[in-house]
Design a protein around this ligand. Structure first.
Ligand code: FAD
Length: 403
C-alpha cells in the first residue's frame, strides 16, 4: 500500500510540474549556446518557483527555509523531476555542495544568515579549492590564511573556480597552519565575493564559454565568524564536499539534459541510422550507463539523506556518469553529420552538439580526475593494495585516494 502522505506529496508535485514545465520550457531540451546571463536567470527563476511552491530544501529544517520532510519525499522529487529539464545546472555547486556543507558543519548564525537565500536561488555560491599548484592533491594548497587579532588575512590564488564571477559567496579552503602535516593545517572560510582585495578573472574555454575563473586574494580581511567548523580542521569539511560533488557530477545534476538519450534516438531515426548495428549498440550503451548512474545516484542519495556521508560509491557514480556523457556527446556529433560540427544554433538547430562534445572532456577532470576515482575504487571498493606514497618526512603527503 502506498504511503498516503508520500503519495499526496507526489500528486502535488506532479500537478505543479504539469503546470509549470510547459509554461517555463522545462519540457524540452535546453539550448546549449544560451547566453550565460539568460542561463543563470533561468536557473534562479526556476529555483524561486520551486521555493515558492514549497519544494526547496525538502529535507532541510523549516527554520532555514526547508520543508522539514524526509528522504522519501526527496527521492520522489528526484524521480518526478527527472522527466523534465529543470535548468538548475548553474546552481549545482550552490545547492548540492555548499548548502549541504553549511547545513552539516556551519555555525547556527551562519545557517540562519545563508541557507534561506541560497535555497531561493537569490545568492549563488562557489567552491574555492583548486590552485595552480594543487588540484588532485588539494591538501598541498598554498593560499595563506594568517591569523590577526580580530580575524584573518587571506593571500593567494585559486583557479578553475566555476561560476565565481556570478557568485555572492564562496567556500574557501586556505592554509592556516604551516607547522603541522598539510591536511591538518587547513581552514574553511565563508567569503563574501564582493570584499576588497578579491579579483575574479574569467577564463575562456575551448567551447567558447567562460564559466571558469581565476580568483586572486590580495590582503583580503575576513572576520573570525567566517570560519566554518574548527580552525585547522577544514579538511573534514572539504572531504565531505568533494564526495557530494562526485555524486552530483556523476548522477548528472551537473549538466545532463533529461532528454538527451531520447533526443539521440530521435536523431538516429530522422537520419535513417537507427538500423545501423553500431549506432544501436552505442545508443543502448549510453542508455545503460544513464540507468546505472541514476540507480547508483538514488542509492547514495538515500544514504546521504539518511545522515550518512557519501562513501567511495560516489567515485563509481562519477566514473559511469562521465563515460555516459562523453559517449552521448560523441554520438550526438556522429548522428548529425555536418550539422553536428556546426558551431551554433544560427547555423543549425543541431549545432549544439559541437559544444557539448568540447565540454565533455572536462568531466573527466572536474570533481577529481578519472585516474583519482579509479584509485579510490581500487583501494576502497575492491581492496587492492594502496598506491605508493611520495611523502617527505616533514610534510606527509595526502594522495588523491584520501580525497
Ligand atoms: C569542469 C570543471 C569544473 C571545475 N570546477 C572547480 C571549482 O568550482 N572549484 C575548484 O576548486 N576546482 C574546480 N575544478 C578543478 C578540478 O577540481 C581540478 O582540475 C582537478 O581536481 C584536477 O586537478 P589539476 O587540474 O591540478 O590536475 P593534476 O592534479 O595536476 O593532475 C594532472 C594529471 O595527473 C593525474 N594524477 C594526479 N594525481 C594522481 C594520482 N594520485 N594517481 C594517478 N593519477 C594522478 C591526474 O589524473 C591528471 O591526469 C574544475 C575542473 C573542471 C574540469
Amino acid at each position: 500500500m502506498p504511503d498516503a502522505p508520500i503519495e499526496a506529496f507526489r500528486q502535488r508535485l506532479r500537478a505543479w510540474l504539469a503546470r509549470e514545465a510547459p509554461a517555463n520550457g522545462w519540457d524540452c531540451p535546453s539550448a546549449v549556446d544560451e547566453p550565460e546571463s539568460d542561463r543563470l536567470a533561468r536557473a534562479r527563476h526556476c529555483q524561486r518557483l520551486i521555493a515558492d511552491a514549497g519544494f526547496a530544501g525538502i529535507t532541510w529544517p523549516v527554520e532555514h527555509g526547508g520543508q522539514g520532510l524526509g528522504v522519501a519525499e526527496q527521492l520522489v522529487f528526484d524521480q518526478e523531476t527527472a522527466h523534465y529539464n529543470l535548468p538548475l545546472t548553474p546552481l549545482v555547486i550552490t545547492l548540492g555542495i555548499c548548502g549541504p556543507a553549511l547545513l552539516a558543519m556551519g555555525a547556527d548564525a551562519q545557517k540562519l544568515r545563508h541557507l534561506r537565500p541560497l535555497l531561493t536561488g537569490d545568492e549563488m555560491w562557489c567552491q574555492l579549492y583548486s590552485e595552480p599548484g594543487a588540484g588532485s592533491d588539494i591538501a598541498g594548497l598554498s593560499t595563506r590564511a594568517t591569523r590577526l587579532d580580530d580575524g584573518w588575512l587571506i593571500d593567494g590564488q585559486k583557479v578553475w573556480t566555476s561560476g565565481a564571477a556570478n557568485c555572492a559567496f564562496g567556500l574557501l579552503l586556505a592554509r592556516s597552519n604551516v607547522d603541522v602535516p598539510k591536511h591538518h593545517g587547513l581552514t574553511m572560510f565563508i567569503v563574501d565575493m564582493a570584499l576588497p582585495g578579491i579579483d575574479v578573472r574569467p577564463l575562456r574555454q575551448m567551447n567558447g564559454s567562460s564559466r571558469f575563473n581565476e580568483v586572486f586574494f590580495d590582503g583580503v580581511l575576513l572576520a573570525d565568524d567566517a570560519v566554518v567548523g574548527e580552525v585547522d580542521q577544514g579538511w573534514r569539511v572539504a572531504t565531505t564536499m568533494l564526495a557530494t560533488e562526485r555524486v552530483s557530477i556523476g548522477s548528472g545534476s551537473a549538466g545532463r539534459d533529461a532528454h538527451e538519450v531520447s533526443a539521440l534516438i530521435a536523431a538516429a531515426r530522422r537520419n535513417d541510422a537507427i538500423g545501423t548495428p553500431s549506432v544501436r549498440a552505442n545508443l543502448a550503451r549510453a542508455y545503460e550507463r544513464e540507468r546505472i548512474a541514476d540507480l547508483l545516484g538514488e542509492r547514495v542519495a538515500g544514504q546521504v539523506l539518511a545522515g550518512r556521508k557519501p562513501g567511495p560509491e560516489g567515485s563509481l557514480i562519477k566514473l559511469v556518469g562521465t563515460r555516459r556523457s562523453q559517449l552521448a556527446a560523441q554520438l550526438g556529433v556522429d548522428l548529425h553529420g555536418i550539422a553536428g560540427v556546426a558551431w551554433d544554433s544560427q547555423c543549425s538547430a543541431d549545432g549544439q552538439w559541437s559544444k557539448v562534445m568540447l565540454a565533455a572532456p572536462g568531466l573527466s577532470i572536474a570533481g577529481g580526475t578519472t585516474e583519482v576515482q579509479k584509485n579510490i575504487i581500487g583501494e576502497r571498493v575492491l581492496g587492492l593494495p594502496r598506491e605508493p606514497r611520495v611523502a617527505q618526512p616533514s610534510q606527509p603527503t595526502i594522495l588523491a585516494k584520501d580525497l
